[in-house]
Write a protein that binds this ligand. Structure first.
Ligand code: C2O
Ligand code: CU
Ligand code: CU
Length: 492
């Protein structure tokens, strides 16, 4: 009985969504879209943004947020909203403890805000969703980069607009480098390649479709998988090791990565930077906003070998993401070290308290009928849900509540905390998954799961966010403000 209702509910969702898609324009967007080429377009790597000015301790950048026409389908133009008109945005390279100043100008017709995901950023520059740039306005953000080397990303965070803004293109990479990393001789230069995975609905005229309607609260599912803004690209590789920085920048689609050859990934980093030691993983789950860095050694293959980066969650064309093709012999100077970066596990006994956060849904008769909540509450920008003290270590216990009657409204919630990186202590009472050791800023909770993480509040006081990184959940209130406050001095 519950199952039947579930299926019917799902149908209502998807048919409302499809109808909305088809009615909006005359163009066609189909699931098995033969008009989208697969494994033909060469992978593009986003360009590196050049500073407009540098001085002793800062690099200054200027970025516009604007509409542009880009090529996604061959011979067609697609309207996107991009940082500097690019899809994805240009990559920003920063160094640990050297500040970056970015002046953003909003040349779009919607409000925007920029968040540096994974950054330890002062609250006034963290992209709080109410702190928006209206069309025509500019804002300057200061990033002090007080953290170790890692693959971060910057993306939109405007209240109620985040999902659409990111879908249209407002996301890019932000790489922090440090001396520990550069001393390692990991594959670098042209063999250090970012892979930004995003699914999109692309119609036969090349236009991007953002599905509105009820589906808006649960998420968007694409009919095409894009890497660095191109559908199902191919990458020609040499017989050597490559480092891939993989980011799931999709609105609401989790991936499960594997190589079609059966070769394991050598994981070297996670959201928060290098692991203490490489970890061999035959598959890696990557929920929205998570990053993983892996080394793949193509020297084991004969020339001409084709290997697919697979998505074990996907069916049909969505079961593959891109293709590698081994095309030439090359000398490899990079080494795979046995140890990567120093790592100190946070001690549970150092935690001054444990706080519980329940991620759930709530239904009402209003419009929209479905809301996503944290501890039963919708996002309230004026009220902090918790107030940890600066300098404290805390354990946060995340629960994805899976209600018996409304099981259809239980979904994956990738929980993200601003300002801090955390370590996962336990997942459902057991150890974390093999690919989620080290430092993280986002953790995936499947329905019914619970995870305990530990973190220390450092660097800044002020107002920050915890939220689900399913962007449609985030926009429909699965977000909470927390304030880091000064510890009160006991007068007695
Ligand atoms: Cu990547 Cu608050 O987000
Ligand atoms: Cu963040
Ligand atoms: Cu969610």
């Amino acid at each position: 009985m519950t199952k039947k209702m579930t299926r019917r509910e799902m149908l209502v969702f998807s048919s409302a969504a499809t109808a909305a898609t088809l009615m909006e324009h005359g163009a066609r967007a189909v699931t098995n879209a033969e008009y989208i080429p697969r494994f033909q377009l060469p992978l593009r790597v986003p360009s590196i943004l050049q500073p407009v000015h540098t001085d002793v301790d800062r690099d200054y950048y200027e970025v516009s947020q604007r509409e542009a026409q880009v090529s996604i389908l061959p011979g067609k133009l697609t309207t996107i909203w991009g940082y500097d008109g690019l899809f994805p945005g240009p990559t920003i390279k920063a160094k640990r403890d050297r500040s970056v100043v970015i002046r953003y100008t909003n040349q779009l017709t919607v409000p925007t805000a920029v968040h540096l995901h994974g950054g330890s950023t002062a609250p006034e520059f963290d992209g709080f969703p109410m702190d928006v740039m209206l069309p025509g306005e500019s804002q300057t953000y200061l990033y002090e980069n007080k953290r170790c080397a890692a693959t971060l990303w910057y993306h939109d965070h405007a209240m109620g607009h985040t999902a659409r803004n990111i879908y249209q293109g407002l996301a890019g990479l932000y790489l922090i480098e440090d001396d520990i990393e550069s001393a390692l001789c990991l594959p670098s230069g042209s063999s250090d390649i970012p892979l930004i995975i995003q699914d999109r609905i692309i119609s036969d005229d090349g236009s991007l479709r953002y599905v509105a309607g009820l589906g808006n609260q649960t998420g968007v599912r694409g009919n095409a998988l894009l890497v660095n803004g191109q559908p199902w690209p191919k990458l020609e590789v040499a017989t050597r090791k490559y480092r891939f920085r993989i980011l799931n920048a999709s609105n609401s689609t989790p991936y499960r990565l594997a190589l079609s050859s059966g070769q394991s990934f050598i994981q070297v980093a996670t959201d928060g930077g290098l692991l203490p030691a490489p970890v061999s993983c035959s598959e890696i789950s990557l929920a929205m906003a998570e990053r993983v860095e892996v080394v793949i050694d193509f020297s084991i293959y004969p020339l001409g070998t084709r290997i697919f980066l697979q998505n074990l969650n996907g069916r049909g064309p969505l079961a593959e993401i891109m293709r590698f093709e081994v095309v030439n012999q090359e000398q490899d100077d990079s080494i795979m070290p046995l140890r990567l970066a120093p790592f100190e596990p946070l001690d549970e006994r150092a935690a001054v308290r444990t706080r519980t956060f329940v991620f759930a849904s709530s239904l009402s008769l209003g419009v929209p009928p479905l809301h996503w909540t944290i501890n039963g509450k919708k996002f309230s920008p004026d009220h902090p849900i918790v107030e940890p003290h600066l300098g404290d270590v805390e354990i946060w216990h995340f629960i994805n509540h899976n209600p018996k009657m409304l099981g259809v409204f239980a979904m994956l919630h990738p929980v993200h905390v601003h300002l801090v990186n955390f370590q996962i202590l336990t997942r459902n009472g057991g150890p974390p998954k093999p690919f989620e050791s080290g430092w993280k800023d986002t953790v995936a909770l499947e329905k019914g799961e619970e995870v305990r993480v530990i973190m220390k509040f450092e660097n800044y006081r002020g107002c920050y966010l915890i939220h689900c990184h399913n962007l449609e959940h985030e926009d429909h209130s699965m977000m909470a403000r927390f304030d880091v406050i000064e510890r009160l001095v006991n007068p007695a």
